[in-house]
Design a protein around this ligand. Structure first.
Ligand code: AMP
Ligand code: ZN
Length: 477
């Protein structure tokens, strides 16, 4: 395709659509706020992660290299509380939920370049806080450290919030602060809580500072995209912005702030605090990751998205129609005659496909309008069934393929099979297991069964080679 449209992004900071231009040519540095791992991930999380994965994939499609950092908050009040409630250690709570988060993320086809954890960066966080104190933006109070918002003149710029109405805080914390808006960079240790040594005594990092430290660690300064759910604009992103611009002396620290609309259930935000969660792993038992992606991306990332099983059912039908066309098209290309003599009606079909392909890029370039882009994909799929499937024209098939393949990369109607590394690993483990069983049989003098294993493996092309106490294997092609 030629003359692709300029990409435009809605920037929360300016509330405007802006032309997308990266700080460094050709490279997008993108940071997405990831989960606090006190529980398994729910569909609200999936909404945000899939939305920004599609943004990332579209940017890659447009030729950018994208470095995508998505952090894991593995120490926090909620994790400590969950550990106290369940009687297991805070690190076990975090570990278990990190495993499940990474597992569902991979299944959904979302793979950040780096998934840094807070507890691996405490030293750097302490250094950043020390610098903020040195620069006069932060102060120590009773073993905790707070960011002094009165010292940062642009506080409130991102969220438009400065009022403290309905913002409840604990009395003893309020007493330590100069201003109720000041936020904790370092929290003094409470009895029985995990803690690290610092110049201010034992304690742990506050929530916001981690994202400034880890984003600059992996992406440098400034960054192109900072993303997360809309629920994070205040206070999290407002605080991140204030402390980062104060710490790094760079303004703006983030070129484009991007936020998703909330995933709701019965009109209410899906959240752990409301207890209305539908966990991703449970939804994955009922629906394929491809259906979940198709459904999530059927709405614009900035819109609210209501969860119900009927919608998933509808998108399952759509996803299957597209994925079947995609697979059949692949086969058709293999089988079709490479005949380039085209009739007029073929040329008209090719024009139609080209128009839809253009529409797809127009939609994606206009603030990643996936629902509109999706309509072009559906129309192209209709063309497959009505005109391409029977016609078996190589030229048309290949043109449609170029479109659907790009759309698939962004949407994930058919998620690419994992490279066989995981299967290779399973295969290796299985052979090692059989070698161990054979060794055991030989030690017990049961040579006929041991030799039976060797023979069966040989029939499958796997040759065992004994040398001393060790047995190796060779796979014959
Ligand atoms: P949390 O673990 O709550 O800090 O959330 C991790 C990420 O998921 C953040 O970017 C949140 O903004 C996002 N998120 C949490 N709940 C929802 C929801 N109901 N809808 C959309 N995004 C959400
Ligand atoms: Zn964050």
């Amino acid at each position: 395709m030629s003359n692709l449209p300029q990409i435009k992004v809605f920037n929360t900071a300016t509330k405007k659509l802006e032309n997308f231009e990266t700080v460094l040519p050709g490279i997008v540095r993108m940071y997405v706020c990831g989960p606090t791992v006190y529980d398994r991930s729910h569909l609200g999380h999936a909404r945000t992660y899939i939305a920004f994965d599609a943004v990332k994939k579209y940017l890659i499609l447009r030729g950018y290299d994208v470095v995508h950092v998505q952090n894991i908050t593995d120490i926090d009040d909620k994790i400590i509380k969950r550990a106290q409630e369940t009687g297991i250690s805070w690190s076990e709570v975090a570990e278990k939920n990190i495993k499940s988060y990474l597992d569902v993320l991979k299944k959904l086809g979302v793979q950040p370049t780096v998934s840094p954890r807070v507890t691996y960066h405490v030293g750097e966080i302490i250094e950043a806080i020390e610098k903020l104190i040195e620069k006069g933006y932060a102060y120590e109070s009773n073993g905790s450290v707070y960011f002094d918002v009165s010292k940062y003149e642009h506080y409130g710029e991102l969220s438009g919030r400065r009022s403290i109405e309905s913002w409840r805080q604990e009395e003893d914390v309020l007493k330590e602060k100069r201003n109720p808006f000041d936020f904790a960079l370092w929290k003094k240790m409470k009895e029985g809580e995990p803690h690290w040594s610092s110049p201010w005594g034992e304690g742990r990092p506050g929530w916001h500072i981690e994202c400034s430290v880890m984003s600059s660690r992996y992406l440098g300064i400034p960054i192109d995209i900072h993303a997360g759910g809309g629920d994070l604009i205040f206070p999290h992103h407002e605080n991140e912005k204030a402390q980062s611009e104060a710490l790094f002396g760079v303004r703006p620290w983030v070129k484009y702030w991007m936020h998703t609309g909330m995933l709701t259930i019965k009109g209410e935000k899906m959240s752990k605090s409301l207890g209305n969660m539908v966990y991703i792993d449970e939804v994955l038992d009922r629906w394929s990751p491809e259906v979940i992606r198709t459904w999530v991306l059927s709405s614009h990332y900035r819109s609210q998205l209501e969860f119900n099983e009927d919608a998933l059912q509808q998108y399952e039908a759509n996803q299957q129609r597209i994925s079947t066309a995609y697979r059949e098209l692949k086969n058709l290309i293999k089988e079709a005659q490479q005949d380039f003599r085209l009739e007029d009606k073929d040329i008209a079909t090719m024009r139609e496909i080209e128009k839809l392909h253009n529409d797809f890029h127009e939609a994606m370039s206009e603030d990643f309008n996936t629902p509109l882009a999706f309509r072009s994909v559906m129309k192209a799929t209709d063309i497959f069934y009505s005109k391409v499937k029977e016609g078996k024209s190589f030229a048309i098939a290949i043109q449609l393929w170029m479109f659907l393949n790009e759309a698939n990369y962004v949407f994930g109607f058919v998620l690419q099979e994992e490279p066989s590394s995981r299967d290779d690993e399973r295969f290796r483990q299985l052979i090692e297991l059989l070698i161990a069983v054979r060794k055991n049989l030989r030690e017990k003098g049961i040579y006929d069964l041991a030799d039976g294993i060797r023979r069966s493996l040989a029939q499958l092309g796997i040759e065992l080679q004994d040398s001393g106490l060790e047995t190796k294997y060779i796979v014959r092609k």
